[in-house]
Design a protein around this ligand. Sequence first.
Ligand SMILES: *Cc1c(COP(=O)(O)O)cnc(C)c1O
Length: 388
Amino acid sequence: MNIKETDKKYIAGTYGRFDLALVRGKGSLAYDENGKEYIDLGTGIAVNAFGIGDEEWKKAVEEQLDAIPHASNLYFTEPCARLAQMLCEKTGMSKVFFGNSGAEANECAIKAARKWGLDNKGEGYSTIITLRNSFHGRTVTTLAATGQDSFHTDFGPFTQGFVYADADDAADIEKLADENKCCAVMMELVQGEGGIHVLSKEYVSKVLEIAKEKNLLVVIDEVQTGNGRTGELYAFMNYGFKPDIFTTAKGLGGGLPIGACVFGERTADVLTAGSHGSTFGGNPAACAGACSILSRIDGTLLDGVRKKSEYIKSQLENAKGVENISGMGLMLGVKPVRPKAEIIDACMKNGVLVLGAKDKIRLLPALNIPDDLLEKGIAVLRDALADY
Ligand SMILES: *Cc1c(COP(=O)(O)O)cnc(C)c1O
């Protein structure tokens, strides 16, 4: 079969795919139809946390496939209970709702925040403040939550009740909190799709103060930043606070779809029987794989993430063709002098897969990428950046 032709004919045209069909992979290496090898610095957008088809993850998933791959949420199953326990014990949070994607995790957080507003502040306290340049998903509601005008066309009417603050301007949040009946502020601590923009500690601590003063929930979108990506288990741990709700997906699944909305003490019991649900949510096979991923994101692994991050920064900071580098841990953005598309193409031609985010090259390598592959991959990127 001609994969590319068939795809173009039968798949809805929502993706501007790269001219590359991947047919297999292992760890940080992927292979195309012709057997050409690529060093993977994008991990399927931060999903393959331990690389492609990680053996321990695969074993956990396969054992669960043999036991019971799906049961529905009408019954208890062990892997989702175990994963929820692990998520809570590792973060000090209280309860978890499982969906199948980042957008669904955020939908759940939005529903819970609004219900909390109704229960605790009264009728109409449903507005959620999000940040400009954020990204929260592709459903009609999470598009509305996304603070980018370019996402607010074509599919209206959008869900009401979102207002947008300038990232890094705490006074803007204060103003919006005064002007609207708000229940929550929701943000990514490192804006991913928005171009790897790291929120400063000073700004975040001011937002936390305002949230406390105005009685707003703090909802952190850890869909991309979560699960070891930023050098801590969750990005909020870099900032030294605990949110009221956080959401995660991508890397948690290690290669299978999963999303989690994690509730702290103030929000643990907001959602009650019948108020939310998902047929596939908490799927046993996905959860068994996620347990394997989460159980291995320990101090040693996170030390490695931070070391690899330092290595990449040391190689690319002040390198020829680089304007600047941003990010945290193994979620890094490199602003090239040349247009990013040219760099991505040059890397691909030379056997390295990197991503884009706004005008930047985005690097999301596996948390355990072997140093020799990382060095080779970064050398190829460095050459591509310098060639202009
Ligand atoms: C990817 C992403 C989402 C959406 O996740 P899906 O699994 O594609 O629905 C939401 N928020 C952030 C921060 C993301 O990076």
